[in-house]
Design a protein around this ligand. Sequence first.
Ligand SMILES: Cc1ncc(COP(=O)(O)O)c(C=O)c1O
Length: 387
Amino acid sequence: MPKANRRMQDIEVPGTRQFANRVEEFPDCVDLTLGQPDFETPQPIKEAAIDAINTQSMKYSHNTGLYALREAISNYYKDRHGAHYDPNGEVLVTVGGSEGIDGVLRAILDPGDEVIVPAPTYLGYEPIIELSGGITKFVDTTDTGLIATPELIERNITEKTKAVLLNYPTNPTGVTYTKEQMDRLVEVFRKYDIFVITDEIYGENTLEGDHISLAGYPEIKEKVLVINGLSKSHGMTGWRIGYVTGHRQIMEEVTAVHLYNTICASLPSQYAAIEALKHQLHVPGEMNKEYIRRRDYIYDRLTGMGLEVKKPTGAFYIFPSVEKYEHDSFKFCTELLETVQLAVVPGRSFSEFGEGHIRLSFACSMHELEEAADRLEKYLHMLEAAK
Ligand SMILES: Cc1ncc(COP(=O)(O)O)c(C=O)c1O
């Protein structure tokens, strides 16, 4: 049989999927592997799509997306972050944040180029970097409070570095950056001729303080490519709407990748997204109130169990260390699932620097969260008793 591309040999099924698939084997399982809001898409957003299907043309849109949507995205950045992106040439509507990641990396990477990725981090970057011929250079943030410091970034820049890829609020750790921390990173980015890709898909899910977007630093605009979308902010994972913003020169190349890849994002979804960005910007704040309640509950329970954990300030994940029980996070999660039917994601899925940790999602009901905490506690007691 003919063989696939050699680079495919290194691409594995993500740990999140491996565990989500096993959940079906256990009918009484509590599933905290979820990477999407448990909130349904708000009704006015659904209705905007239905109305558009009935009244608007459903042919291809402009490759970069409907003008009204690009304008809404541009206004969103202006209002939220004081950033200026021209709807014509600096805003691209993509099929989820995922297509944005793919398009940006393929547009900028030559074989052998290195991308610095502070880790533990989202598992969607490495495969795309590698398929583009690039090299993923994970840098360990476990000694710096799970955030990238300027020293850490600078120490890892070489003549092969093409980009730094940040994700904040961060999946899987829930950490985010203060204005002061961002200012210091920007000082480093100013000095080097490299791109800064920033995946801010959880930006609206900032649970403490403000989200400080890299879009808000005009002095490095020509280097910054911002990836965002509506999947997490508006409970719209299935609609597949994301977007990329950046300086028009590089956006031309990203748009070329997108054009050959997808032509344009789905039309009904684009109309839904216009409604989300124009009239439903209060929605994430409402979801956040509930996430905060759940975050506080699970944080208290985990610390009560004696687990070391950083309190998340964004996204809907918490990332405790289980190192004192088991270093191998896949082993820990497998036994947790088989013994007390609780599904969580092994930290190693988020790079080697996530080892010894587990990711719990609190995008679930309070009842599920309580049950999950009880089961985890029971399991840890069993491990203590067996010592
Ligand atoms: C950090 C991060 N970026 C991007 C994505 C993909 O988002 P989308 O559903 O918009 O493709 C995810 C999904 O979990 C994510 O966690």
